[in-house]
Design a protein around this ligand. Structure first.
Ligand code: GLC
Length: 742
């Protein structure tokens, strides 16, 4: 950005005096307070120039790699601070030891655990995502973290991916729309968000070595958009490389991915490796890695104390520069990015103060949970359940009481408190009688799924049937549990059905009581041949600190469910695209993996192959009923650089206040390239009191209808006929409207 002449002089004087003061041996940065209006890009860049000019080579190198598990060195001689980072996407992780993964057992690091990001995605509420990010950023700020290692936006390709619960679902438009306010919210606190894992880390199986082969169309149309939105719209200050390879090169320092990120998209932040995802000094230097974390140097280091000097961007990089094998300019660019991150965070004197565990954060956590829960089935208006004297509710299942903020891997948390589903229901139901029995026990601890159950499974089963027999209503609280192979990092699921004999138990209960509501606690789809054994089904995610209250809000009808599925539930595993092409497609052959479904991920596959899912993307019921009427677009013909304006009336014709999510999908008729039948291009969540009607408008740029044209390695908007589909689920379309692009 050009600086006006007068200001130039000021800056020049400033630089000279700054330079003089620096080289005059003073070991401190001159305390030039960045007045509010001075924290301009030009000003900061000038300051960075002057700092780089006085740093030694070793000091520069020190800024580009870890000094501990979760921090990098500053420059103590000049008062340049260390950079401290922490997981994760759903809350600030407990303090970890300096040099290893052990917990530091601090007594001041308990936090608010927010719902997992699949729940946030299910809310289809971008404003709420902003509140989520801001609250989480406040907690990271209070915990003195400069970088929050989240959000994760890897696309949901297979129901087996152990980390799907950490991400925003199967659709690039939904993920792109929800990630931007989250990033902005976090960064309003002067804490850098770190969008991850860039890119194609869509499974945990062999994540650190699998080489992903995928078409350019799928890469650009499905797997990159959420990262691009975080960078270009969210202005994210850091990004984490992934473990896996892409076309034979590690993604953390990848020639093509670096060009896309830093040249094409203009990313001006810091690329941080995943922990141990850097493999090579030359590639790390040349292809965009700016901060190397977690490299396993035990094999290289001669002792614990100097392992960090063996990092690829440490001594080996230093030596290569000194020998002239690598240019110091490469290092200066990394240092510039790191210093820029500092001016946005720990060198920004205008940074707000943080807050921790306050009522506002609890309110946001509860709201996200309540808005994200999805009502999948509600036969005979099973839900909501009235709180009536004389009614006995049996709450059965280990997940009614299991602590779900533990486990799951790096996103696990140490919450100040966690209200279990049972506690939440007991707090809400003052008149009804609630009886709880475990029903089944996984035996799995947060870290170890192979522990034998401590209780006798048969006696648990018998007890559960007894309790169910005496109850008026049964709430079966089951699902997965974030133990190994059950929704966790580092290990994909191995079976699609419910674990721990839950289906057998459900059948047993159904034999003695038909009034069963199933609450599915999971971050993934599961096989559901048992839906006929239930009257009601709620998808209740991993909901964090306020889990029990969010669940009670919905079960009691205090809040009308409005969540919509952010990913499809296949009836059978092989109905899913990734599982339709054999091992080479998922989980790969141990070396390579081919995303043979291309762009047809999720509902794109189900629509195009005409496979009926168990539950569709965008699906979710309400206690009320909504009508979409008077649906129209403003023209029949548009240029390829126009705005389509959709208008419709949404009416709440049911008996309770609630919210509906209007979804707009668009598909090209007779395209010259392979395309999905339709793709989500717009949505809006409408709150309506019962009997009310609102007119809603959604505008869609025709440029967003482009496909990635591999002939020109760029985007193309195809002219011709399109169809616009409006509905409240990908498989529940109210109106289809034809239009043309010319
Ligand atoms: C893990 C995860 C990453 C996390 C990092 C630090 O391996 O892949 O998401 O932020 O290491 O814990």
């Amino acid at each position: 950005m050009r600086v006006p002449f007068k200001k130039n002089i000021t800056l020049l004087t400033l630089m000279i005096c700054l330079h003089i003061s620096l080289i005059s041996g003073q070991d401190k940065l001159p305390q030039i307070q960045l007045e509010k209006n001075q924290v301009s890009t030009a000003y900061v860049e000038t300051k960075i120039d002057s700092i780089i000019a006085v740093l030694t080579l070793e000091e520069k190198i020190g800024l580009t790699h870890a000094q501990s598990k979760f921090s990098t060195k500053g420059v103590s001689r000049l008062g340049i601070p260390e950079v401290w980072m922490s997981d994760g996407p759903h809350g600030v992780r407990e303090e970890i030891l300096w040099d290893d993964w052990g917990e530091a057992d601090w007594t001041n690091d308990a936090i608010t655990a927010f719902p997992a990001l699949t729940c946030l995605a299910a809310s289809f509420n971008p404003e709420l995502s902003g509140e989520y990010g801001f609250s989480l950023g406040e907690e990271a700020r209070y915990r003195k973290k400069d970088v929050l290692l989240g959000p994760g936006v890897n696309i949901y390709r297979t129901p087996f991916n152990g980390r799907n619960f950490e991400y925003l679902g199967e659709d690039p438009f939904l993920a792109s729309t929800m990630v931007v306010p989250y990033v902005k919210g976090v960064q309003k606190n002067g804490v850098a968000a770190c969008v991850k894992h860039y890119v194609l880390n869509n499974q945990e199986h062999l994540r650190d070595k699998i080489n992903v082969e995928v078409s350019d169309r799928a890469l650009y149309e499905i797997y990159l958009p959420a990262f691009k939105a975080a960078v270009q719209k969210g202005k994210v200050w850091s990004l984490m490389g992934a473990y896996n390879k892409f076309r034979g090169q590690y993604t953390t320092h990848h020639k093509v991915l670096n060009k896309i990120l830093k040249k094409d998209w203009g990313f001006d932040g810091v690329v941080i490796s995943d922990w141990g995802s850097a493999h090579n000094t030359k590639e790390a230097a040349l292809y965009g890695l700016d901060m190397e974390m977690g490299t396993g140097t035990d094999g290289l280091g001669v002792s614990k104390k100097d392992n960090y000097n063996y990092y690829h961007l440490a001594n080996p990089f230093l030596k290569a520069i000194k020998k002239g094998e690598l240019s110091e300019d490469l290092l200066d660019d990394k240092v510039r990015r790191v210093l820029r991150l500092m001016y946005r965070t720990n060198l920004n004197p205008n940074r707000v103060l943080g807050k921790l565990n306050n009522k506002e954060h609890h309110k946001v956590a509860r709201k996200v949970g309540t808005e994200g829960i999805v009502l999948l089935k509600n036969e005979d208006a099973f839900f909501p359940i009235k709180d009536k004297k004389g009614v006995t509710i049996a709450v059965i299942g280990e997940n009614a009481t299991r602590n779900m903020t533990r486990g799951g891997g790096s996103s696990q948390l140490k919450p100040k408190f966690e209200v279990s589903p049972l506690e939440g229901l007991k707090a809400r139901y003052k008149n009804a009688t609630i009886i709880h029995t475990m029903g089944f026990e996984s035996g799995a601890s947060a870290y170890n799924a192979t522990l034998p159950p401590t209780l006798n499974q048969d006696s648990l089963f018998v007890k559960a049937i007894e309790v169910a027999k005496k109850a008026d209503i049964v709430l079966f609280i089951g699902g997965l549990n974030k133990s190994y192979h059950q929704d966790t990092e580092g290990g994909d699921r191995k079976v699609f059905e419910l674990p721990y004999g839950q289906e057998k138990l459900l059948n047993g209960i159904h034999d003695v009581n038909k009034e069963i509501g199933f609450l599915l606690v999971s971050g993934n789809a599961v096989e559901m041949p048992w839906t006929s054994k239930t009257k009601g089904i709620l998808q209740t995610w991993y909901l964090g600190s306020m889990a029990g209250h969010s669940i009670a809000d919905i079960v009691s009808g205090d809040v009308n469910p409005s969540g919509k599925l952010p990913f499809s539930f296949p009836k059978k595993l092989n109905d899913n695209a990734a599982h339709s092409f054999g091992e080479i497609s998922y989980p790969g052959n141990g070396i390579n993996q081919f995303y043979k479904e291309g762009i047809l991920v999720g509902y794109r596959w189900f629509d195009t192959k005409k496979i009926e899912p168990q539950y569709a993307f965008g699906y979710g019921l309400s206690y009320s009923k909504f009508e979409l009427n008077n649906i129209r677009i403003n023209q029949k013909k548009y240029t390829t650089n126009d705005k389509i304006k959709l208008t419709l009336d949404v009416s709440n014709i049911g008996n309770s206040d609630g919210s509906e999510v209007v979804q707009v999908y668009i598909g090209k008729h007779k395209s010259k390239v392979k395309r999905a039948l339709k793709e989500l291009k717009g949505f809006k969540k409408i709150n309506l009191i019962k009997g009310d009607k609102k007119t809603v408008t959604i505008s869609i740029d025709t440029a967003s209808l482009a496909y990635y044209n591999t002939d020109i390695s760029n985007w193309s908007v195809e002219k011709g006929t399109y169809y616009l589909y409006v509905g409240n689920a990908s498989n529940n379309i109210t109106k289809k409207i034809k239009f043309n692009l010319f």
